[in-house]
Design a protein around this ligand. Structure first.
Ligand SMILES: [Zn+2]
Length: 382
């Protein structure tokens, strides 16, 4: 009997490409809700903070090779900004104390510890990579190797306004810091991050002041990260803060915007203008497309692979195929597209890219080739 040939897209996804997610948040589910990654979880189509979209079975099914695992020490303003959330103090008292009654620096370190433990508990399926050397070693292990997990931090509030924290996290193996997140943090000012559907009642009312950029400490942090060889992610920064980062770093290090959309397609200040896409490409950096319709192209439909590929094509046309990547933002309290709702569905994107005429080489660059190049060039931790 003639053997059935493996579909072309399968070969590209599972064999030819190294699949890297530039931005995912399993740590939030591990640290806040004590979820284990070794169990298969339900992943809802709608916005659901309790869904787990990056457990091991999903990562394996999705063919993931490396995950940039991002920790976030929740900012105290969240509870002030949305009073009803104050109830969590009574519903989840130990979590509340853990995240809101310690310095951010300590919370961040605890979350890094908890992620390390989750990776250890996962046995042969996951392994921490604290440096490029360790990352390369894992990727060279051959079939059924562990998925490499790399620490990253979102929100420079985790530095607790101390420049020395940069060195500390670099030494711990943190590859990049996303400078801004939801609120001003002593380093950088953010774009308004909450989608309209979250602005219910008095919660999360937008503040649209986009004029501030980096603080003086922020400029020192950017300088220090560049000197050390720690990558800088400009996602969430105001356009003014992003521009300041481009000026300070120049061409000394590859820059990243790990989970964004294109301003030309959806004119929200969170998204990158064409000028910025070229600017980041000039540094040898990478622009990762986020899996969330609200930022890519707000639309009545829940489906979103089309918007992802539309944005990818724009990034490619403007910055070039060598500067495009994927930052799903899974488990980051996002609302991913219904047709790409968790890590197990990543191969659907490859299938679509093949249908749109991308070559195997191009798809390999989008999925991981570019991300690995940026890590190898810009992350100087030995
Ligand atoms: Zn984010």
């Amino acid at each position: 009997m003639e053997e059935l040939q493996e579909p072309y897209w399968k070969q590209i996804h599972y064999r030819d490409s190294t699949i890297v997610d530039l931005h995912a948040h399993p740590s939030l589910k591990v640290s806040l809700f004590k979820k284990t990654l070794t169990r298969g979880h339900r992943a809802a189509k709608m916005f659901d903070p309790f869904s787990v979209r990056t457990d091991i079975s999903k990562l394996r099914k999705g063919g993931l090779d490396a995950m940039l695992s991002v920790i976030y020490a929740p900012e105290a303003q969240i509870a002030e900004d949305c009073k009803p959330l104050g109830i969590l103090r009574y519903v989840m008292p130990s979590t509340w104390r853990k995240i809101f009654e310690q310095p951010y620096f300590d919370v961040a370190n605890q979350m890094l510890d908890e992620m390390e433990k989750a990776v250890e508990d996962a046995g042969p399926d996951l392994r921490m990579a604290h440096s490029v050397t360790e990352l390369n070693a894992i990727l060279e292990m051959g079939e059924n190797r562990p998925i490499a997990v790399v620490h990253c931090i979102e929100g420079a509030n985790s530095l607790s306004e101390d420049l020395d924290s940069v060195q500390h996290f670099f030494d711990r193996g943190v590859a990049y810091i996303t400078l801004a997140h939801f609120y001003p943090n002593g380093v950088a000012y953010p774009c308004y991050p909450f989608p309209e559907p979250m602005q219910v009642g008095d919660c999360f009312q937008p503040d649209h002041d986009l004029t501030p950029g980096l603080t003086t400490l922020g400029e020192q942090v950017v300088e220090k990260m560049t000197d050390l060889g720690m990558l800088i992610d400009v996602s969430h920064c105001t356009p003014a803060a992003r521009e300041r980062v481009y000026d300070i770093v120049g061409n000394r290090a590859p820059l990243m915007a790990t989970h964004v959309g294109a301003y030309e397609i959806n004119p929200d200040p969170y998204n990158l203008t064409d000028w910025e896409i070229r600017k980041i490409a000039d540094t040898g950096g990478i622009v990762g497309v986020i899996f969330m319709n609200y930022w890519l192209m707000p639309h009545e439909t829940g489906r979103g692979i089309n918007f992802i590929t539309h944005t990818l094509r724009h990034f490619k046309n403007v910055g070039g195929i060598d500067h495009v990547g994927i930052g799903s933002d899974f488990d980051g309290f996002t609302d991913p597209p219904d047709d790409l709702k968790d890590a197990s569905e990543l191969p659907k994107l490859t299938q679509r890219l093949v249908a749109e005429g991308y070559t195997s080489e191009e798809i390999g660059k989008i999925w991981g080739g570019n991300a690995l190049r940026v890590l190898r060039e810009g992350w100087k931790k030995q």
